[in-house]
Ligand binder design. Structure first.
Ligand code: G6P
Ligand code: MG
Length: 218
C-alpha cells in the first residue's frame, strides 16, 4: 500500500506555472518567435533547456545564444516570483500536506525546477516536507523516471508504494515509468494515462484518496 506521496511543485502545489509561462512569453516576444499560452501547454513540467528547444523549433542559435536565453528567461522568472508568499499555494494544498503528515505518510517534492528550493522557502512549506528532489537532483529530466525514483529512494520507500501528483504530461509519463501511482491535476486532455484525475486539491484527504485508489485493489 501507499507510504509516500511525491508532489510536483509548479502547477500542483503552487500557481508558479503561470510565471514560467510569462517569462517564456517575454523571451519569445523579444526574439520575435511566435509563442502563446496554448503553445506553452507543451512546456509544462519539462526542463528549462527542453522548453527553450521547443520554443525555438528549427531556428538556428549557437550554444552561447541558447545559454544566454536560458539565463534571461530565468532572470525574468526569478523576478516574477520575488514576491510570492503562502498566498501562492493552490487551494487545498496546505490542508492536504498536513493531513498526509498526520496520517503518517512521507512527503517529497519532485520538481524539474532549479528554483524549487527558492519557491518552497517563499511558500513557507519546508517544514511539511521530508525530501526535496529538484532540477539539480538527477541528470535526465522528466519524462525520464529518474527524478521520481530519486525522490522515492531518498524517502526510503519502494516506487510501487508511492503516489505522484502531477499537472504535466511529461511528469505523468515519468511517474508511470517509475512504476508509481499517479494523480493527474487539472485538464484531462493533458493528463494522459494518470490513474486518477482531480480538478484541484480542495477537500482532498488521505482517506478520500485511498477510497479513489480502492478500485485498483491496492
Ligand atoms: C518545472 C516547470 C517548468 C520548468 C521546469 C524547469 O517543471 O513546470 O515549466 O521549465 O520546472 O524550471 P527551472 O526553474 O529550472 O527553469
Ligand atoms: Mg508541474
Amino acid at each position: 500500500h501507499i507510504q509516500g506521496v511525491i508532489f510536483d511543485l509548479d502547477g500542483v502545489l503552487t500557481d508558479t506555472s503561470e510565471y514560467h509561462y510569462q517569462a517564456w512569453q517575454k523571451l519569445a516576444d523579444e526574439e520575435g518567435i511566435p509563442f502563446n499560452r496554448q503553445a506553452n501547454e507543451a512546456l509544462r513540467g519539462i526542463s528549462r533547456r527542453a522548453s527553450l528547444m521547443l520554443i525555438i523549433g528549427n531556428r538556428k542559435y549557437s550554444e552561447l545564444q541558447i545559454q544566454e536565453m536560458m539565463e534571461r528567461k530565468n532572470n525574468y522568472y526569478v523576478e516574477l516570483i520575488e514576491n510570492i508568499t503562502h498566498n501562492n499555494l493552490l487551494p487545498g494544498a496546505v490542508s492536504l500536506l498536513d493531513n498526509l503528515r498526520v496520517a503518517g505518510l512521507k512527503i517529497a517534492i519532485g520538481s524539474a525546477s532549479k528554483n524549487a528550493h527558492l519557491v518552497i522557502e517563499k511558500l513557507g512549506i519546508i517544514d511539511k516536507l521530508d525530501v526535496i528532489a529538484d532540477g539539480y537532483s538527477v541528470q535526465k529530466p522528466k519524462p525520464a523516471p529518474d527524478l521520481f525514483l530519486f525522490a522515492a529512494q531518498q524517502l526510503g520507500i519502494a516506487p510501487q508504494q508511492c503516489v505522484v501528483f502531477e499537472d504535466a504530461a511529461a511528469g505523468i509519463e515519468a511517474a508511470l515509468g517509475a512504476g508509481m501511482w499517479v494523480v493527474g491535476m487539472g485538464q484531462p486532455e493533458r493528463l494522459g494515462n494518470a490513474h486518477i484525475i482531480l480538478p484541484s486539491l480542495v477537500d482532498l484527504t488521505w482517506e478520500k484518496l485511498q477510497a479513489k485508489f480502492r478500485d485498483f485493489a491496492l
